[in-house]
Design a protein around this ligand. Sequence first.
Ligand SMILES: [Fe+2]
Ligand SMILES: [Fe+2]
Length: 259
Amino acid sequence: MRILFLGDIVVQSGVSAVCACTPMLQKQYQPDITIANGENAADGKGMTKELYNRLKAAGIDLITLGNHAFSKRAFLFDTDDCMDIIWPANIGTYAPSRPVLIRLVNGKRLAVLNILGNVFMNADYEDPILVTKQILRHISADVILIDFHAEATSEKSIYFQYFKDRVTAIIGTHTHVQTADEKVENGCAFITDAGMCGPYDSVLGRDRNEAMDHAITGCSHYLPSDNASLICGLVIDIDDHTNRAVSIQRIQLRPGPND
Ligand SMILES: [Fe+2]
Ligand SMILES: [Fe+2]
């Protein structure tokens, strides 16, 4: 099985870039399934049904979220029409009750989880390790991929060490900066952060002048950048006999000078 995973899709520019690039990436890498983190698609915070439908039409099969999952309240009521969303399992009791999504891919049961970290995040989520253990105890799957949405590299590394023998891939998201530490250990693929699909000339997707203004004056109104986006992602190969990861490859496409 080959999985294409795209990092946090950030603002309109990121959505447009993902919609434009996904068919090309799928032609080049021939994945069996394409997963993207969409937590920042709607103006930097959250998801909408309209954006979900655009991303699905472009070829994204499953969409994970993150700490901004509740930012667009209306989306909470669209969940029955957006069945390929994976909500963070430990975000709290108001999340739609879908802590794991299982899909049949090439005859294999693929389970996808979205778990939030707790270190340096702006909220107290349920313990990510305890929640993950509970879910793993109750699911039956051949291949398990976890989008671990967290800030601290140490927390991501500890989480990977804890679960690497039990799952197939642990992909860090949230920081919007792709790390160069991808590896496979004990048949589990890992990267601290997949990076973002969002405006390249920006502060993590935010207009750089507005972000500097916020840092200096304290006035905050979050202005999304509309500059051209880079695409960050991964290709993960899983052995069809052992159901264990054998390779993880980073993708990073930066916009050209004329984009
Ligand atoms: Fe996030
Ligand atoms: Fe994000």
